[in-house]
Unconditional design. Structure first.
Length: 564
């Protein structure tokens, strides 16, 4: 069953919708056409979906144009543009979503030999810090591309979809689509749901998606030789369970041609260890006669569920409450007519998923917001600064050190090195939102302003390097209190004053010189006073050619110097 390949063809080809209705509300939809110029958007004519450029959601990549050849002539004109990533190991789309919302997430990869190499691109696709799948664009063998789709609950307000280079080929992508779902639908005990197929049972060759399907699921027509298709022109009601199958899907059904045989449907899992969920859609779309009864048992891999009677012209969705474990990776659903039924079993549509686990927790949301604000403030264009800043470890951001305890605990940023990064402006307040930061290095940049006191309020911060900037002013008292009480080490340039520090040496020398000069003057004045007292007596005792003693000569010299 090549449903995944058909899905790409029908999602990307110019197909006609069975009944085009007026475009419905696309609130919460994200429809990115990768590689589209930044100032362009368009309404896809067959779906009325509005697609915009991906430029504002990705930092790197280049635009490629699919070649016109027989293998790509099914692709309608807009998807002949794609984005490819020759630089860096990990390139990530960052999408704003609503935390706790369940989304259908679809990615489209249409190669079209855009690079002229005719070699299938192979790379890994990550959802946040967890691997989603390994993409081999041409492995499917039908057409020139592949579609990957999951149903996933957003763990934060930021959703990162990352393409990771794993070999010599270049990752590429054509489109990204997000559609919000009702939270009480598609419920798995653990993990998320990876699509195998949305199928509706008909002989038609028409695919059905938005606007007929309000969630933009792409329903693929499917039939088997041993089945007979039935349909109705009446509307089918009853969508209270939230799955809301389109009328075109639920108004057709299959029954076994041999009415005594069960209706059997099988599918294969990628691994025998995989678990699976199936969502079965039922509605009685035939007007039954009084003596007619349709009742059947549902068996999933041999597990017998209670008998079921489909509701008359009313849709109902049934699913397995626990994930199926299928021996050998082959799953089977059978519908068997009960003894009291005189009509064969019936099924309108089926959705099949495998369970995918995303065990690695994302980095703490507040830390992510803070570091991305810093990135935006300084317009940092480091190619590694994409996706989750801490995990997986092999893709952590250069200059960012994290405390990674285990996969179930959100990582925290504990060190940030932005030295010699050409930073300008003031030190941003968003740094204080990194509440477990231990070391901060902003040295050798062109930062201006004063040393902000809010850095001292980050209680975990123990080492701060600010030398080699154009900072001014003095160190706030809060830093000196932290240095004295908590052992904080703050490194600043000599021109940054600290409260209570010693005066400069040159000023100290001047003060000492002034004090010395005053002292000498006082001594001289005292000596003058003494010598003047002795002057009269000396003149009386030594007259004419008397020889003066040393003290008298000293007094005379001082008086002469002072002009006395």
């Amino acid at each position: 069953m090549k449903t995944r390949n058909k899905l790409l063809l029908l999602a990307c080809a110019t197909f006609s919708i069975m009944s085009l209705v007026k475009s419905q509300n696309q609130q919460g939809f994200i429809s990115l056409h990768c590689g589209l110029p930044s100032n362009e958007s368009y309404i896809e004519p067959s779906t009325n979906l509005t697609y915009i450029s991906d430029v504002n959601f990705i930092r790197g990549g280049k635009t490629g144009n699919i070649q016109n050849n027989s293998r790509t002539n099914f692709i309608f004109k807009p998807l002949k543009i794609l984005r490819y990533f020759p630089d860096g190991i990990r390139n990530c789309y960052s999408l704003s979503v609503k935390q706790g919302t369940k989304y259908l997430i679809r990615t489209v990869f249409s190669y079209g030999n855009y690079d002229g190499l005719n070699i299938s691109p192979r790379f890994d696709l990550f959802l946040g810090p967890n691997i989603w799948t390994s993409v081999d664009v041409l492995k499917a063998g039908v057409g020139d591309g592949v579609v990957e789709e999951i149903i996933h609950v957003a763990m934060s307000n930021i959703l990162d979809i990352c393409l990771v280079k794993t070999g010599t080929s270049t990752p590429m992508i054509s489109a990204i689509e997000l559609r919000p779902l009702r939270y009480d639908t598609y419920t798995a005990r653990t993990g998320s749901l990876k699509l195998i197929a949305h199928l509706y049972f008909t002989n038609s060759d028409e695919a059905i998606r938005y606007p007929e399907d309000v969630y933009d699921r792409v329903w693929i027509p499917y039939s088997q030789p041993e089945w007979t298709q039935i349909n109705t022109t009446r509307n089918v009601s009853g969508f209270s369970d939230g799955y809301n199958p389109p009328q075109g899907v639920i108004k057709t059904a299959s029954i076994p041609t041999n009415v005594s045989e069960p209706l059997t449907f099988t599918w294969n899992l990628e691994s025998s260890d995989d678990e699976s969920y199936a969502y079965l859609y039922f509605a009685e779309i035939q007007q039954l006669k009084v003596n007619e009864t349709r009742e059947f048992k549902i068996l999933a891999n041999g597990v017998d569920y209670i008998p079921y009677i489909p509701l008359k012209f009313e849709a109902k969705t049934l699913s397995n409450p626990a994930p199926l474990k299928c021996e050998g990776g082959v799953c089977r659903v059978q519908l068997l007519k009960t003894p009291k039924s005189n009509l064969p079993p019936l099924m309108n549509a089926i959705e099949i998923f495998s369970v995918i686990q995303f065990p690695q927790s994302e980095t703490n949301t507040d830390d992510v917001i803070a570091i991305k604000n810093i990135q935006s403030t300084y317009q940092l264009s480091r190619i590694s600064w994409q996706g989750d800043p801490c995990v997986p470890k092999q893709f952590s951001w250069i200059g960012v050190s994290c405390n990674v305890i285990d996969i179930s605990t959100p990582s925290r940023i504990i060190a940030l090195d932005l030295s010699s990064s050409g930073l300008t402006g003031v030190i941003p307040p968003s740094l204080q939102n990194l509440t477990l930061l231990r070391e901060l290095d902003l040295s050798n940049n062109n930062l201006t302003g004063e040393v902000p006191e809010f850095l001292a309020n980050i209680k975990s911060l123990l080492v701060i390097h600010l030398r080699g900037n154009n900072l001014r002013g003095s160190v706030p008292q809060a830093f000196q209190d932290r240095e004295r009480n908590d052992g904080l080490k703050l490194f600043v340039d000599p021109n940054i004053k600290r409260h209570g520090q010693h005066q400069p040496k040159s000023r100290l020398v001047a003060i000492v010189a002034s004090i010395s000069c005053v002292t000498v003057t006082i001594i001289v004045l005292v000596l003058v006073f003494i010598f003047r007292r002795r002057k009269s007596s000396t003149r009386k005792g030594k007259r004419g050619g008397s020889v003066l003693n040393w003290s008298t000569r000293l007094k005379i010299a001082i008086e002469s110097t002072l002009g006395l």
